[in-house]
Design a protein around this ligand. Structure first.
Ligand SMILES: Nc1nc2c(ncn2[C@@H]2O[C@H](COP(=O)(O)OP(=O)(O)OP(=O)(O)O)[C@@H](O)[C@H]2O)c(=O)[nH]1
Ligand SMILES: [Mg+2]
Length: 314
């Protein structure tokens, strides 16, 4: 292995697998622990299925993994590593079709990214991280403080703007977020911006009034550019577990979500929910967050994630 070229990848792998430790110990490692010093039988497979269900993987995937563990192995001893391999292979199979990079279409000027999600899911932080990423790729980025509810939200985005040397369009607290989005997109067009990231206020998916407001933001953006927003990113907090399913449904219906970002995978045992989401909705997963720092966001790759939650070292 070539040390110099592998270092960044290895360090990211280490952060990913460390970040996902709590998930992997409730998932791959927990399953592997069940099989030691026993011969495989139906009872063991039922226990495996239960562990996977508790790790938020969802019924279909849990049953499939337990079946794959059992296939051809009845009455035989099975090693922990073998089980982890089966878990990783089955999980990767579900995740591979959704692991898609966020493609910024250069023909769209600006490429408009609307960021949505429930309260505290990590929207503003993700925008800060993305701002850094796009700027480091040499793109002209602009941020729009579409969360006009809280003064602190506007300030928080301005801090990210300064940190990443990116202009921020903000209005007064309490102003209309749709008109803020309109103004920001107009300004971005005038200034030849490549990527416009629009922050929005957190809203619970079952609050109709707030969801209608989000619909209005999308409608108003289209008045400036009929093809925008070009990406609608739903930011999901991995720690919420099963509730993420209804978040995806509601935000997809209201705002036409084009891709997912899952944050806080470092603080949870419930990272398996990403597998259940992939199985159910098949929406692209673009990025995952494993920390609060600007570098703690990475493109989502199925194989690495599958190995990390299966608890495979290396
Ligand atoms: N550990 C960890 N913390 C994160 C991650 N992403 C965001 N956070 C933290 O989660 C908290 C909420 O993040 P915000 O970005 O403010 O969330 P938001 O969705 O904009 O919140 P509202 O605007 O209130 O809806 C902050 O303390 C962030 O630092 C992550 O990947 N890992
Ligand atoms: Mg915010």
């Amino acid at each position: 292995m070539n040390d110099t070229s592998e270092t960044p990848k290895l360090s990211w792998w280490r952060r990913l697998s460390n970040g996902l430790k709590r998930t992997s110990s409730s998932l791959g490692t927990a399953v592997a622990d069940l099989v030691t010093k026993r011969k495989l039988d139906r009872a063991m497979l039922d226990e495996i299925e239960d562990v996977l269900l508790r790790a938020d993987l969802g019924t279909a995937v849990s049953v499939r993994i337990a079946d794959a563990v059992g296939a051809g192995r009845y009455d035989k001893a099975i090693s922990a590593d073998e089980v982890k391999d089966v878990v990783a292979t089955e999980v990767e199979r579900v995740l591979a079709p959704v692991a898609k990079p966020l493609e910024v279409d250069k023909a769209k000027k600006p490429f408009v990214i609307l960021v949505v999600g429930v309260n505290g899911s990590g929207k503003t932080t993700t925008i800060g991280k993305l701002s850094q990423k796009f700027a480091s790729e040499g793109r002209k980025v602009m941020l729009a403080a579409g969360d006009t509810f809280r003064a602190a939200a506007i300030e928080q985005l301005k801090v990210w703007g300064e940190r990443t040397r990116t202009p921020v369009i903000a209005g007064a607290q309490g102003s209309d977020s749709a008109s803020l989005a309109f103004n920001a997109l107009t300004a971005a067009k005038e200034q030849n911006i490549d990527v416009l990231l629009i922050d929005t206020a957190g809203r619970l998916q079952n609050k109709a009034e707030l969801m209608n407001e989000l619909e209005k933001v999308v409608r108003v953006i289209r008045k400036v550019d009929a093809t925008a927003p070009h990406a609608v990113l739903l930011v999901l907090d991995a720690t919420v577990g099963q509730n993420a399913l209804s978040q995806v449904e509601a935000f997809h219906r209201t705002a036409g979500v084009t891709g997912l970002v899952m944050t806080k995978l470092d603080g949870t045992a419930r990272g398996g929910i990403l597998v259940a989401l992939a199985e159910k909705f098949k929406l692209p997963v673009h990025f995952i967050g494993v920390g609060e720092g600007v570098d703690d966001l990475a493109p989502f790759t199925a194989r690495d994630f599958a190995k990390a939650i299966a608890g495979i070292e290396s």
